[in-house]
Write a protein that binds this ligand. Sequence first.
Ligand code: ASP
Length: 315
Amino acid sequence: MSTGMARPRIHLLATGGTIAGEADPAGDGARYRAGVRPVEQLLAAVPGLDATAELSAEQILALDSKDMTPADWLTILAATRRALADTTIAGIVILHGTDTLEETAYFLHLTLPGDKPVVLTGAMRPADHPEADGPANLRAAVCLAASPSAQGKGVLAVMNRTAYPARWLCKARTHGLDAFESARPWTDGRPDGRCADLSPATLPRVDLLMGYAGAPPELVDACVAGGARGLVLALTGHGSVPAAWQPALARARGHGVAILRASRCAGPVDHNANADDDREGWLTAGDLPPAKARIALMLALARGGEAQSFLQLEE
Ligand code: ASP
């Protein structure tokens, strides 16, 4: 349908997820497969959407986002940059599984210039569910990407009638339409783009280890032996390093592996507080949660140069 008014062009990049999921015919009715339906079929389930925006779409991946890799982030980044360079496109909507949506969103937040809206969305129920949430989420994401209010906010996500800024977004619950939350409202979002000029062919391996009662230090050695160039430690409390890990961490530093202290808790891990980071050669996450600190460290290592000041570039 045409309203006669100029509509912004919104380009959809589909990567799979539950939003494109269907019940598993081999399952017991409770299971489903993510990333099955093509983007054209998802668009057909949202009648009248073309009154809001002129739509175009590309199926770039068809994954359950639990299986998303850093190589897939680079595929999404390349497709997003290509679309953003098209002057006829006003904004991008990325359809994505919810499990790692916050990781892809934050990766793009750091690697895109933030000059046009980029909005991620997904669904908690598969597309063939009688009360599927995907169509409403897709509609809301297209409306937000087409809206001038989304400009200058950095990468955003929309789920369950709520918008979130990529920097603060997290999937907080395993079930329910209200699975996502954010420490700050979407209107607090602003572009970051500190790696907008970076085009790495691959990303360095950075592993994530959790601190817990009795956590064996051999895990650190295994990551180093496996080729990790960085380790993010999701530690207890204020990023407290277990004494039993100290020798393994010193060995890792001896191999040039970057060590970054983060916390399992919400709240900041401050540099040189609760540990002598400068003496040990450790980095700290500030208030970035571990999975996002890992992304920032991967990009810091890909870019080269001093990492702590890169990590501290925050709003
Ligand atoms: N495992 C699914 C995925 O992340 C979950 C979802 O999309 O809600 O692709």
